[in-house]
Design a protein around this ligand. Structure first.
Ligand code: RB5
Length: 149
């Protein structure tokens, strides 16, 4: 699976660990920056991830900022992007299995590299279960997105 990776300057120090963890899990990272420690704006990187997923260049994304919060807020403004901030492995896989989360947001100032590797492994190996109750709930989220609910 192709996984888009993007980070602002807050997430930048963790990005190499995430790229390696994606490769170690047998997937292919698509590095969308940032490529220097210079300050940038996290919504621009949320947009890069969203565009890559919606264009079919990547199936999922991992988005990094300092806390993971700004990145998550911005990513969820993009219709078709279902981002979650998960610093525990249960949420990192359950967010995919139940909620069809397609972007994992991480805070590079909150977690260290070893926890980050475990989170990446949990996220990329998880699959949406498509059970009836989850389809009903994710369907309601999609209706909310369209302004119908
Ligand atoms: C950047 O200083 C920081 O505000 C950003 O990376 C992120 O933590 C926002 O939620």
């Amino acid at each position: 699976m192709k996984i888009a990776i993007a980070a602002d300057h807050g997430g930048f120090p963790l990005k190499p660990t995430i790229l390696d963890a994606v490769r170690a899990a047998g997937h292919e990272p698509l590095d969308l920056g940032t490529f220097t420690p210079e300050a940038v704006d996290y919504p621009d990187y949320a947009k890069k991830i969203g565009d890559a997923i919606l264009a079919g260049q990547a199936e999922r994304g991992i988005l990094l900022c300092g806390s993971g919060v700004g990145a998550c807020i911005a990513a969820n403004k993009i219709p078709g992007i279902y981002a979650g901030l998960a610093h525990d492995t249960y949420s990192a896989h359950q967010g995919v299995e139940h909620d069809d989360m397609n972007v994992l947001c991480l805070g590079a100032r909150i977690i260290g590299p070893e926890v980050a590797k475990e989170l990446v492994a949990a996220f990329v190996s998880a699959k949406f279960t498509a059970e009836e109750r989850h389809l009903r709930r994710t369907g309601k989220v999609r209706e909310m997105e369209k302004g119908n609910l």
